[in-house]
Design a protein around this ligand. Structure first.
Ligand SMILES: [Zn+2]
Length: 90
């Protein structure tokens, strides 16, 4: 018995036009079929992953800014010579 083939419902966006995805679908979601690339569930997972990555970066960036602000505030009354003599002691 031949396995029923479904075409993906996803859309491929080109530079000037978009067309329906020509891939064979292997994921069924709400009576619609999608290929791996257009499967809404894996798209959501990917989005969640990149959002987590972005949030991590944002947190690190905030921390860097906080550090930099504190450094500037600490150093602003010191002359370059004083700063150099401090760092030489380390
Ligand atoms: Zn597709």
């Amino acid at each position: 018995m031949k396995k029923e083939q479904h075409q993906c419902e996803g859309k491929v966006f080109g530079d000037y036009y978009s067309h329906r995805c020509r891939n064979n679908a292997s994921y069924e979601r709400d009576d619609k079929w999608y290929c791996k690339r257009h499967d809404p569930v894996s798209i959501k997972e990917k989005e969640a992953k990149s959002e987590a990555k972005y949030n991590k970066w944002l947190k690190e960036d905030r921390e860097r800014t906080r550090r930099r602000t504190a450094e500037i505030a600490y150093c602003k009354d010191l002359t370059t010579e004083e700063l150099e003599s401090k760092s030489n002691k380390i």
